[in-house]
Ligand binder design. Structure first.
Ligand code: BT5
Length: 233
């Protein structure tokens, strides 16, 4: 059960790093939360701005397969923020956006044989971003001009994670369907940056592992597992 055991800290380097240290001896569903992180992590080589006011948490999961764990978490974040009436959408693979600015990111890291650490960052009560993030990041507070009750939002998020993780295990196709609806990308022409190479094509579908199936100009379908969508045309 997610959230049965919760470790709370005022400050950690990274909730993902702490969670991976305790993963082996912890029960599935254990949650690690910090009010702020001094070395918040994004995908390899990237940092995550994590001041007080945001939700920075990691969940220890022990799935049979790590496939679609991040996708599952992005659907849970989407539902959480939607319940606050924020106009969110999912951006492939697992960012949650308001217009073209990111309000939440997910980082899943495998640890040991069957531990997956799911790190979730939500910009909740963050009044201001540093200059380099101003054009790419937003917060619930900036969007709505008011602060939200952080504990309430954490409770909603944990309930949603419980629900969507169980859906992933029992009815994966239903979870994928929800993701497709919230990302609204199937059929769209996109430009995607894959390790520096810009690829353009039409999104046909996502496969069972959350990979993007993109039809190239010549009609060939390419399976894309990592990359950054730079434009939806
Ligand atoms: C992510 O990486 O989106 C994953 C973020 C996961 C953060 C959580 S917080 C709890 C847990 N503990 C951790 O240490 N991490 C997880 P990526 O797609 O690589 O995005 C990183 C990029 O987003 C950076 O290079 C910046 O451009 C931008 N960025 C950094 N901080 C941001 C923020 N707070 N909000 C929006 N964008 C941000």
């Amino acid at each position: 059960m997610i959230g049965k055991k919760i470790y709370k800290f005022e400050k950690l380097d990274s909730t993902n790093d702490y969670a991976s240290k305790i993963a082996k001896e912890s029960a599935e569903g254990t949650v690690v939360i910090a009010d702020c992180q001094s070395k918040g992590k994004g995908t390899p080589g990237k940092t995550w701005f994590s001041p007080e006011g945001g939700i920075w948490l990691s969940v220890i999961l022990k799935p049979k397969s790590a496939s679609c764990i991040s996708l599952m978490a992005s659907v849970a974040v989407y539902e959480t923020l939607k319940s606050l009436k924020l106009p969110v959408r999912i951006k492939w693979p697992n960012d949650v956006m308001i217009k073209n600015k990111k309000i939440s990111g997910v980082l899943t890291e495998a640890h040991g044989k069957n531990n997956a650490i799911v790190g979730i960052g939500i910009n909740l009560n963050i009044p201001e971003f540093p200059n380099e993030l101003k054009s790419v990041a937003t917060s619930a507070m900036l969007e709505r001009g008011k602060a939200f009750n952080k504990q309430k939002v954490i409770n909603i998020l944990i309930k949603q994670l419980e629900k969507k993780y169980s859906l992933l295990k029992k009815k994966k196709e239903k979870l994928l369907k929800e993701w497709k609806k919230y990302a609204n990308i199937i059929g769209k022409q996109i430009k995607i940056n894959i390790s520096g190479e810009l690829v353009e094509g039409k999104v046909k579908d996502i496969d069972d592992n959350g990979a993007l199936m993109v039809e190239m100009a010549g009609g060939k379908v390419k399976k894309i597992t990592t990359g950054t969508i730079s434009a939806e045309l």
